[in-house]
Ligand binder design. Sequence first.
Ligand SMILES: NC(=O)c1ccc[n+]([C@@H]2O[C@H](COP(=O)([O-])OP(=O)(O)OC[C@H]3O[C@@H](n4cnc5c(N)ncnc54)[C@H](O)[C@@H]3O)[C@@H](O)[C@H]2O)c1
Length: 348
Amino acid sequence: MTRKLRVGLIGAGGIAQSHMRGWEENENAGVVAICDIKREARQDTAKRWDVAKNALFDDYEKMLEKVELDIVDICTPNASHRAPTIAGFEAGCHVLVEKPVAISADECREMIKASKQADRLLMVAQVLRFGVEGQTLRTWVDAGLVGDIYWSQCSLLRPRGVPSWGEFIDAEASGWGPCYDLGVHILDMALYMMDFPEPVSVSAATYLELADRPSLMKHDPAKYTVPEDMAAGFIRFANGATLSVQTSWALNVTEAAGRMNIILCGTEGGLQYSPPTLVREENGMLTNSIPQVPVDVPEDGFAAEIAAFVEAILKGKPSPVPGEQALITQRILDGIYASGDAGKEVKV
Ligand SMILES: NC(=O)c1ccc[n+]([C@@H]2O[C@H](COP(=O)([O-])OP(=O)(O)OC[C@H]3O[C@@H](n4cnc5c(N)ncnc54)[C@H](O)[C@@H]3O)[C@@H](O)[C@H]2O)c1
């Protein structure tokens, strides 16, 4: 290794701080430039993580022109993922982009195309995959203990959890609400275990019942312009598998009932997300297995996701979370909204 890979951060807000911690821990890469349209964000982040003051930019095109970079790390709001991703590829960089990959499947397709044209990796920051639960479940899947997963249910229902920070509730910046913020995490996790089967149709309902009126929550309801505060969908795949997904930022439900829950049922065994559990027939009994010593993965999922990306670049391996997988998730998200609008099942 002659030199560290040089990283340019685009968007220095909340989640970028977790990425910066991950880059700082990485031996083979480091952030050398930061771009944020807000001066305070770029300056505070540079100070906190010791990035040179003369490497701060308010425009990512300028950053890409002036600084020699190997990687761009995009932590901007959802509607601002596509353009810097494409600019990053055009500048010859590998791109790590926050979830959801984009705000439509067409945008995602453009990003994949740009990645292929530049022959650089596109990785979507689906951080949960790198945590102990995700890696434990995947270990059982890889060992053939689950068989073919034919039904899955995933839910993450915040009772009163509309974000009052960032631009999550602004439709122009973020596109959609809890489905993009939370739904994308649980969908990705379920699809990762199911090996991303081809989706065929979606039947969904989206609701906006609580978040646009005064409430116990801290956000300004007048600024709530994303279309939903709750969504529920049912997805059919070409291989016959089905998946049901529910997510909310605001719902009259208990914390306990709303906690992140992923169930995956296969021909040989079943999986539950937390604590990671394998359910199988053993010795004439239906048995739950919960590891006492779990898989050995780093505690910090962000550091692990960044380490996986850097390793893939250095060793010429495929992207740990490729655009093609994110495209399947995005097609389902597009389907949820289209079906919610149409009030009937739609083809994906
Ligand atoms: N993986 C996770 O668990 C997780 C958690 C939170 C957010 N996210 C994702 O991260 C992204 C950012 O979320 P956040 O909470 O950090 O938002 P944030 O509002 O705190 O930060 C976004 C930053 O991007 C900057 N920005 C906006 N447009 C820009 C542009 N064109 N060029 C440069 N900078 C620009 C803003 O000024 C802001 O500082 C979203 O896509 C969100 O879905 C992921």
